[in-house]
Design a protein around this ligand. Structure first.
Ligand code: SAH
Length: 209
């Protein structure tokens, strides 16, 4: 069974990531290392490597692998990076980020999800991830400054706290909701302020206040 998942994982990387526009070697390597079947509901394991998000309960979803890969690639991280992940959900994106960066702090506002993710990441041996139960809009000042911030739930605008907690030269990637649709936005922090770069259309659950 284990080998089956491994084969599915390799096929997912080849078809859904390399087959699209994911070229960052470290991102591709990370996706080969994280067992996505461990992050979905038991009954959904056979669909763990399919090209779409899956419900994980509490109104949350584990994002489509390609979108997580795209967000990682946009952040341009390296092995020294410290990353803030907002919306822990299953913990999958945090696990992927932990294979690329040196430290990941992940914030989740639903206590049960935070607890489940914490247990899961501990059981699977991820030692450079800290799961925080709290409000992602506030970021997490104690771990700042961050080299990258990944926001996995849609919001109309970025929180001031995120920009404050980001180092100059760092990036935020988030789904921007304009009342009708969502666009993936890259925010670059420069000495003189922030610059926004638009990527494609996406669909995330809302970031809740
Ligand atoms: N990155 C996740 C996907 C999470 S879905 C994964 O890989 O599985 C979005 C998550 O954001 C949900 O778990 C939801 O509960 C959480 N969320 C919504 N509003 C939030 C807020 N204000 N702060 C932190 N997390 C929030």
């Amino acid at each position: 069974m284990k080998q089956t998942y491994e084969k599915q994982r390799e096929a997912m990387v080849k078809e859904q990531l390399l087959g699209r526009d994911i070229t960052d070697e470290e991102v591709l390597k990370a996706f080969l290392k994280v067992p996505r079947e461990e992050f979905v509901k038991e009954k959904d394991r056979r669909w763990a490597y399919d090209d779409y998000p899956l419900s994980i309960g509490y109104g949350a979803t584990i994002s489509q692998p390609y979108i997580v890969a795209l967000m990682c690639q946009i952040l341009k991280l390296d092995k020294n990076s410290v990353v803030l992940d907002i919306g822990t959900g299953s913990g999958y994106a945090a696990a992927i980020l932990s294979k690329i960066a040196s430290k990941v702090i992940t914030v989740e506002r639903i206590c049960e999800l935070a607890e489940i993710a914490k247990e899961r990441l501990k059981r699977l041996g991820y030692s450079n991830i800290e799961v925080i139960y709290g409000d992602g809009f506030k970021g997490y000042a104690k771990g700042a400054p961050y080299d990258g911030i990944m926001v996995s739930a849609a919001t109309e605008k970025i929180a001031d706290a995120w920009v404050e907690q980001l180092r100059v030269g760092g990036r935020i990637v988030y789904p921007k909701y304009d009342g009708i649709e969502q666009t993936l936005v890259e925010v670059l922090k420069t000495q003189s302020g922030i610059k926004e770069i638009l990527h494609g259309g996406v669909r995330f659950v809302p970031l809740i206040k």
